[in-house]
Design a protein around this ligand. Sequence first.
Ligand code: NI
Length: 172
Amino acid sequence: MSIRPILTAPDPRLKAVSQPVAGIDAELRTLIADMIETMYDADGIGLAAIQVGAAKRLLVLDIDQKDGGRNPRVFINPVITAASEETAVMEEGCLSVPEIWDEVERPVRITLEYMDGEGAQQTLEADGLLATCLQHEMDHLDGVLFLDHLSKLKRSMALKKLAKAKKLKAAG
Ligand code: NI
């Protein structure tokens, strides 16, 4: 397993629409293991494959880390089959948009169909943080960042702040 570099906005690769995963092979298992390690290393709760440059419909997440334990979950080719009309606003951040957090409104509950890391087809009803995190990560599969849900003004302010932070980092 190895930690892979995480792409950050405005890297154009983050705008790519990811392709469905055809099947689970050794290469995919390595990618999944690397993504999980990369997510933990970056203190993230979710990571989509495109964030490490792989345009595959694959994401990993773990929203249980706060309790000290680790419960990584793998979602392959996830599809939302139902979403509640009721929405909630949550503050979101993203490993590809470091140091920026902002409020995004999304459905409170979703139903999801996906393949797990063992290749089994699953259906999941999610709400709360899990639903938000899944929707955020699934956006990545279609080239959408949480910034794209913000107003134009807020988005351009966030990108400016990000560019400035990158410059400071480059300057050492
Ligand atoms: Ni993200």
